[in-house]
Design a protein around this ligand. Sequence first.
Ligand SMILES: [Fe+2]
Length: 508
Amino acid sequence: MIDLGQSKDFLSSLSQVSHLHFQIWDADEGLVFSSGPDEPAEPALEELQDFSLQIMNSAAFQHIPLESGEGLFGVPLRNGQAVAGSLIVFGSNSLQKPLPETSPAPQPGRAEEMERFLNQVALQVQDRLTYKKEMEEMAVELTDNFEQLSFYAKIAGRVKSITFAGNMLQELVEELLDTMRTDMAFARLPERPEYNALVCTQKIPENISDYDDFIDVLIDSIPLNSPALEEDYFIVNDSSTTPGFSDLAPDPYRFLAVKMQHNGNFYGWMGLVSFNLGENFRRSELRLLDSMAEQIAVVITNSDLYRDLERFVINMVKSLVFAIEAKDDYTRGHSERVCQYSLLMAERLGLDEERKKILQWSSILHDSGKIGIPESILNKPWRLKDEEYQIIKDHPMKGHTILEPLEQLASSLPGMLHHHERYDGGGYPQGLKGKEIPLDARIIAVADTFDAITSNRAYRPAKTPEEALEEIEKVAGTQLDPDLVNVFKEVFIRDLAPEQECSLEEQS
Ligand SMILES: [Fe+2]
């Protein structure tokens, strides 16, 4: 459809100056502009309509003589490549107006001159059409850019995290579906299926029942020799005309997928599926998806590096703790036994796997702060001086300082930091009291005390487990949580006879 806009004023002015009569015929709507009366005496409207069709069909300049001796001239009007209508001109004599001798316009009858003139006028009209079209496109592009910017702002908060949270991709894919003109948005990571994400609108045809399966089939069907893959994307704008994709769903669809990769590491695909074939995927959508996939790949790469680093540091700290224990006959295996007793109590308390994992690490590393204490103080066989005792008392805080930067161990820190707090509030480092003391720390305190009593120490021999149990019962309510001492008693009676291994596998 031709949108005339300012062209009407332009043609009316031109008509007044030239004393020619202009008409614009739209291919769909018929006569849309006439610089004089809509139905001139000559030529008749039907004749003008036929002439317009003749111009549009031929897509070229046309000229027919009129009975009055004047001519009827016309050129096609184009909107882009397509013929959208016609521009017709005839002499104003047919409107019973005299033609002035000084008319700047070419005289009717001179066909070649008229063709050049009309083509110039048509160009002016078309320029205005193109300008309008460009403005519309620019408006769409600006809207897209705004959506992209606000989308970036939304995802920026999520991807700034150095590690990859499990639901991050799901949330990003949901944003993607909200922002793009699409029916499905997905992320597929073959090596990390736990990160896979898929969201859909209500417009998915009923005959597609398993969405995940549909996406997997689409990805598997991407031809490895597609030239677009060199730019790390793949587009199907109409599945019904794309070999290999036409029979994957009964209804035609559009499909866009980009690779999630960084530094040569390929993690998977991110993409869109739409069942609206009215529009193709835009370049801006490809750009947005591509940069988002790249950012996600960067986060995954960083996350992997960070986890490797964390594992390295944890193993290093663990090795140091064991090395310290190994040098001292009295404490060898202490951390592992405290871990073993703590987990048996956790089992008895019905703690879930996540909580047990946290407790496992806080109990294994509970004395890691002793790394910084001189061996001469740690292994002193007689009573410590006040300042030496003060150094010993610093070990929970030192351990906390060493392990604090490790994000993965964050939940295990309170159990470690407070394992020397007393139930009556007389412990260290903070003098917490009763249930203020984190549960993990109260559990470790019971296990730690029991193992200390049953181990040889430089200043006294080991006691039997039964004697140790009696001793910890004596300090229930003062040094230790009485409820947990009871739990330990149950564990002692039921579970401690058959030795249980305390796994030291890395935290996953
Ligand atoms: Fe300790």
